[in-house]
Design a binder for this molecule. Structure first.
Ligand code: ATP
Ligand code: MG
Length: 400
């Protein structure tokens, strides 16, 4: 029987078969469905070349057509449909030199990284398992398809992927696979950082993060990762209370907290993170530092974006496990804040200029506004024009 979560996608396979080609569910979705885990995206592998897929379905997005991958849209869902393929040799260890499309499921499964990821399922729910992936699923084992040393040498990212899957699934890494990882790991330095970051983000997010970190420490893979290679001790200093970190911004804030010598921006650059991650890491770092100094103050809550409440609460439960902050504590304070942003302040730059008409514009303007902002947020001043102006008159800014 086809699992329920594949029912809607069956249409894609039926249609491809009507046109005389083979098609199967494949990879992570089959693994997760067999484990009864929520599935993320449904991947389909087929003997039909991309050009055929484009003619048989009305809505096709050619996302990676050179690798034989297109996205088929059906009933508001996206399905990644990839033509059976066998990768060419990997000379620069980044991109396969060539991808040949072939007409066999076997070859397609053979190029996949781990036995649990090399399972396919037909439209009737029959599992195609060429490498004892089902046994490994039952035994909770991560094992390479074929010779580990060869497979990791072909693409050293698979070493980090093994750690990532151990963290997501709580699986052990099979002995020979683990040995091969240790042997090949110096080659991690040859792979693109973005690919590493992507996998490490998933590792830190994993439900079984402690398993993942156990293998990260045991293999010493961190000796080949950006920044960690220079400061190897920071991995050992990750608190025992660690829980899944749902974003890389949280990961960076945690490491920065562990070793303040390494600025947040150094992490961002070395791991080639996005501007969103940069903003998040800065926000969380600022909140953690303030929390350490003054506890959960109104000023802290005021400065923290709503979207980072969860992340901040999570980090305090790891770093201050005796005294963690709960999200509802943050929300309660946020609700009672007299203002939400500088714009809500009862005086603005114009008011200040009017008060000091002979003063030149300069940093004093912003500084004074920030002072007022903090006083209002902390409840030391009422957010009314007259009371703010009165305070300024008594505490005139230093204008120079
Ligand atoms: P997730 O749930 O995180 O998406 P996934 O197993 O789907 O997990 P992906 O990175 O999306 O992982 O890859 C999809 C499938 O493609 C894998 O299950 C595996 O079969 C294959 N694959 C991906 N990357 C590699 C790689 N570097 N080497 C070999 N096979 C790979
Ligand atoms: Mg996937």
């Amino acid at each position: 029987m086809l699992p329920k979560s594949f029912m809607q996608a069956k249409y894609i396979i039926d249609t491809i078969e009507e046109y005389g080609h083979e098609a199967y569910f494949v990879g992570g979705c089959v693994r997760d469905v067999l484990l009864n885990r929520p599935i993320r995206d449904i991947d389909i592998t087929t003997s039909a070349p991309p050009a055929i897929i484009q003619t048989i379905f009305p809505k096709v997005i050619p996302v990676g057509i050179e690798h034989g991958t297109v996205i088929v849209r059906h009933k508001n869902e996206s399905y990644e449909v990839t033509t059976f393929r066998v990768d060419g040799t990997y000379t620069d260890q980044r991109h396969p030199d060539s991808v040949q499309f072939i007409n066999q499921l076997d070859e397609d499964l053979k190029r996949r990284d781990f036995t649990i990821n090399a399972l396919a399922m037909d439209k009737n729910g029959k599992v195609i398992d060429l490498f004892s992936g089902m046994t490994d699923l039952n035994n909770k084992l991560i094992r390479t398809v074929g010779n580990g040393v060869e497979r990791f040498t072909e693409d050293p990212l698979r070493i980090i992927r093994a750690l990532r899957f151990s963290s997501q699934l709580g699986f052990a890494i099979e002995k020979k696979t683990l040995k091969a990882m240790k042997l090949v790991m110096p080659q991690i330095e040859n792979i693109a950082v973005e690919r590493i970051t992507n996998e490490m983000e998933k590792l830190f997010r994993g439900d079984s993060i402690n398993t993942g970190l156990h293998y990260l420490k045991e293999t010493k893979v961190y000796k080949y990762l950006p920044i960690m290679l220079k400061y190897p001790y920071i991995v050992a200093e990750i608190p025992k209370e660690i829980k899944p970190l749902h974003s890389f911004g949280q990961v960076i804030a945690l490491f920065h907290y562990i070793e303040r010598q390494i600025p947040v921006i150094a992490w961002i650059k070395a791991w080639k993170c996005s501007n969103e991650t940069k903003h998040e890491a800065h926000q969380l770092t600022q909140a953690l530092t303030q929390y350490e100094e003054t506890g959960l103050s109104r000023w802290l809550v005021y400065q923290l974006d709503t979207q980072f409440y969860d992340g901040f609460a999570n980090l305090t439960s790891i770093l201050f496990s005796e005294n963690p902050v709960r999200k509802q504590d943050i929300e309660k304070i946020a609700k009672e804040l007299p203002i939400r942003s500088k714009r809500d302040l009862a005086v603005n730059g114009h008011d200040l200029i009017q008060m000091f008409p002979r003063a030149e514009k300069g940093p004093w303007l912003q500084q004074t506004l920030t002072q007022l902002e903090k006083k209002v947020v902390e409840g030391h001043l009422v957010n009314k024009k007259f009371s703010l102006k009165e305070w300024i008159t008594c505490n005139p800014p230093e204008i120079n």
